[in-house]
Design a binder for this molecule. Structure first.
Ligand SMILES: Cc1cc2nc3c(=O)[nH]c(=O)nc-3n(C[C@H](O)[C@H](O)[C@H](O)COP(=O)(O)OP(=O)(O)OC[C@H]3O[C@@H](n4cnc5c(N)ncnc54)[C@H](O)[C@@H]3O)c2cc1C
Length: 379
């Protein structure tokens, strides 16, 4: 049996909930495979959800900068903070301009619960296929039911964290309507290492500030040595830009070896990095820990490589650990003023399923909310 609805929203995550919150006078049905709404919001930002950032620009995103700026022109971080504040939540800035919920992510989820209370929310239900006949869309679900609607909003997110309901349904729907899919890959994720860097694993649990260069992008922040390789905010950001090949780490950012060549201190006492890391790096370079002034030219040159240590990661930790998915539905075939497909009237793509991916720092929720807001204005 087909049940007629105005708008079906596939995905009750960040973007789907924002659309549903904004459209009041229509018959809306939200569908999610999870047993609750907003699964990612709840666990994000260490349970406090990094909602957005003080500074949000197209340069913080992978994707077409013109498309991104067109969307933010209509709803940016200030609009988002105002929208949330009107509903009683005033996120606080912590480090690097990042806004977090004051107590917990639940505060934001409660706003969405309240705003969507008059809509139908179908949980534990998996969307399987969307087709279009005579101006109507038909959605098939795993509950063996079919739903008919005038519009469908695909807000099903990326492929990351399948444990929280992620699936490729958005990409499949896009493909079935003739959309181009930009190559997808895990992003905001740690790197696995090759044999030569296996010594990193012995430093598991240690964190230090570094700079990482990937192509012409420079990322800075904390690197965390992990059992599988390297992780931490700076590595996650670097993963956004890495495809394959070498990356370059500056283990001594804002520190110059040349200024300390006469030092009588042991290298491991002199270098402003954790002693265990320093010793492991020295061992890797086959240099004995002793005062800098005793080193010969060859050894000094080797030490200099710690300012631009190059290696090729083996890969990354994969979708099960990646915070986001880069790539997705090409923005060439979506209208930036409405988020509507240029291939099928009434079909919309928003949030992470679209080929726009932000750096760490609240940029991905901002994108999810902004693209959703723009879509809601068109519905
Ligand atoms: C651990 C973690 C922490 C994060 N922390 C932050 C952060 O602090 N700040 C930030 O900006 N970003 C963060 N992100 C990224 C952010 O969560 C996402 O970019 C954002 O949620 C994307 O919103 P969305 O609406 O596109 O997709 P989602 O929020 O992922 O919602 C998509 C929904 O669609 C549902 N779905 C998928 N397939 C189907 C199907 N076939 N049928 C029915 N339902 C389906 C899913 O269950 C899901 O609920 C984090 C991500 C992770 C994994």
């Amino acid at each position: 049996m087909n049940r007629e609805i105005d708008i079906i929203i596939i995905g009750a995550g960040a973007s789907g909930l924002m659309v549903a919150s904004r459209v009041k006078n229509k018959n809306i049905m939200l569908i999610d495979t999870n047993d609750k709404i907003a699964a990612k919001i709840l666990i994000s930002g260490g349970g406090k959800c990094n909602v957005t950032n003080e500074v949000v620009e197209p340069s913080h995103y992978l994707g077409n900068p013109y498309f991104v700026s067109e969307v933010f022109k209509r709803f940016d971080q200030h609009d988002l903070l105002q929208w949330i504040a009107k509903r009683g939540l005033k996120p606080k800035v912590r480090t690097r301009g990042q806004y977090f919920c004051t107590k917990s992510s639940q505060e934001l989820v409660d706003i969405f619960k309240k705003e969507t209370k008059n809509h139908t929310i179908l949980l534990n239900t998996k969307a399987q296929n969307v087709s279009k006949r005579d101006e109507f869309f038909y959605l098939q679900c795993d509950n063996k039911k079919s739903y008919k609607a005038k519009s469908v909003v695909v807000a099903s997110g990326g492929l990351s964290f399948p444990i929280l309901g992620a699936s490729d349904i958005g990409l499949k729907i896009a493909e079935s309507f003739g959309h181009t899919i930009r190559k997808t890959a895990p992003a905001l994720v740690g790197f696995t290492v090759q044999k030569e860097q296996f010594f990193f694993k012995s430093l598991s649990g240690i964190s230090m500030d570094v700079e990482i260069k990937v192509g012409d992008k420079i990322c800075d922040g904390a690197l965390l040595f992990a059992h599988k390789g390297i992780s931490g905010p700076v590595v996650l950001d670097a993963s956004l830009y890495w495809e394959k090949g070498k990356i370059e780490i500056d283990f001594l950012p804002n520190w110059s070896l040349k200024e300390h060549l006469d030092s009588k201190k042991l290298i491991s006492s002199l270098f402003p990095i954790p002693k265990r890391v320093c010793k492991a790096l020295l061992e890797h370079l086959e240099i004995k820990d002793r005062p800098l002034y005793q080193l010969n030219q060859n050894e000094r040159s080797k030490l200099e490589t710690l300012k631009n240590y190059q290696f090729a990661p083996a890969g990354n930790f994969g979708y099960s650990k990646a915070e986001v998915t880069k790539g997705g539905v090409s923005t060439d075939e979506i209208d930036s003023k409405t988020m509507m497909s240029k291939k099928a009237d009434g079909l919309y793509f928003i949030g992470e399923v679209v080929d726009v991916t932000g750096q760490l720092g609240g940029y991905n929720f901002q994108w999810a909310f902004s693209s959703a807001y723009v879509c809601s204005q068109a519905l």
